[in-house]
Design a protein around this ligand. Structure first.
Ligand code: ZN
Length: 140
């Protein structure tokens, strides 16, 4: 059994973090979703994407939207490093659906809007289990 530990904390710039939270609040009560790009361990840019399910408790990214986004990320000289989505009324814990569909090679961020102060948690999802990942917001 392989554990994703020890691994360094996942770092996200203040500007990308702020853009992600703002997007999630804007879409409430619908789940917001998007990706972060940068390096493997450092998220620099937030890319909000449409939730094609327009659901308060599920999300799905259109592959065509993702392909367009990946082209922009490549043009910027960055790489895809994380996927995020919001839980408008639930805790920042992966749902059974999240565990089933999440990509295993990316950091998985969940933004909970359940309380007035948004809560963000990072995970690696491996073998159908969520392993918490330390998250650090850095200047930039
Ligand atoms: Zn979820």
């Amino acid at each position: 059994m392989h554990r994703p530990f020890p691994s360094p904390p996942f770092r996200i710039t203040k500007s990308a973090y702020g853009a992600m939270i703002a997007h999630c609040l804007r879409e409430k009560p619908i789940e917001a979703c998007g990706v972060l790009s940068g390096t493997d361990e450092w998220a620099l840019t937030c890319w909000p994407l449409p939730n094609r399910l327009q659901s308060p408790n599920a999300f799905e990214i259109d592959p065509a939207d993702l392909a367009r986004c990946l082209a922009h990320i490549g043009a910027k000289g960055e790489r895809l490093c994380a996927v995020y989505h919001s839980h408008p009324t639930a805790r920042a814990v992966p749902s059974r659906e999240d565990l089933r569909h999440a990509p295993h090679d990316l950091v998985y961020l969940i933004v909970s809007l359940r309380t007035s102060l948004p809560v963000v948690r990072a995970y690696r999802l491996i073998d159908g289990k969520a392993w918490p990942r330390a998250l650090v917001v850095v200047d930039g």
